[in-house]
Write a protein of this length. Structure first.
Length: 160
C-alpha cells in the first residue's frame, strides 16, 4: 500500500512536451511515415553522448512517446545516431552499417565530436568527422548534447 500511495502522491515525472519542431524536415524524413526505428552507432566517442541518448530514451524525456524506438540492428533501423569522431578502425564498419540500413534512412551526427572531431581533432587514430566518412542528413551539436536536443531532432523526423 505504501508504494501505491507514493506513486499516487508523486504524480507524473516526465518532462512536459516541448513545442513542435518548426524546422524543415530532411528529404529522407519526408519518406518516413510516423514512427522511426533508431540505431545508435559509436564511431569512437568518449561515451558522453551515449549517456545523453540513453537519457533521451529514459523515463524523463521519453523519446518513445514521439514515435522513436531503439532497435538492435541497423537492418531494422530508419535513423542512425552516430556519435564520436570516426576512428580509423571504425571508418569501414560505419560505412557497412550505413549500407546495411534500408532506404529511406537518415544519418544523424550527434555531438561536437561527430560534427568536427571536437577534442580528438588531429589525433593519430582519428579518420575524421562523420560527414567525412558517410553522408550526414542531420546534426545535433553539443558536448554532449542535452537529451532535449536529441529528442527535438528526432521529433523533426517523426513530426510528433
Amino acid at each position: 500500500m505504501n508504494l501505491l500511495r507514493k506513486i499516487h502522491n508523486t504524480g507524473r515525472v516526465a518532462e512536459d512536451a516541448p513545442p513542435r519542431p518548426q524546422e524543415e524536415r530532411p528529404p529522407a524524413a519526408r519518406e518516413l511515415a510516423g514512427s522511426v526505428q533508431v540505431r545508435c552507432v559509436d564511431a569512437g566517442s568518449c561515451n558522453g553522448c551515449e549517456i545523453e541518448i540513453a537519457a533521451a530514451f529514459g523515463p524523463v524525456y521519453d523519446a518513445e512517446r514521439y514515435g522513436a524506438r531503439m532497435v538492435a540492428s541497423p537492418r531494422h533501423a530508419d535513423v542512425l545516431l552516430v556519435t564520436g569522431p570516426v576512428t580509423r578502425n571504425m571508418a569501414e564498419p560505419l560505412r557497412r552499417t550505413v549500407e546495411a540500413t534500408p532506404q529511406p534512412r537518415l544519418v544523424m551526427a550527434v555531438g561536437d565530436c561527430a560534427l568536427n572531431c571536437g577534442e580528438f581533432a588531429g589525433g593519430y587514430g582519428v579518420q575524421g568527422s562523420v560527414a567525412d566518412v558517410v553522408p550526414v542528413d542531420m546534426q545535433v551539436p553539443g558536448c554532449p548534447p542535452e537529451p532535449g536536443a536529441i529528442v527535438a531532432a528526432l521529433r523533426t523526423v517523426t513530426r510528433r
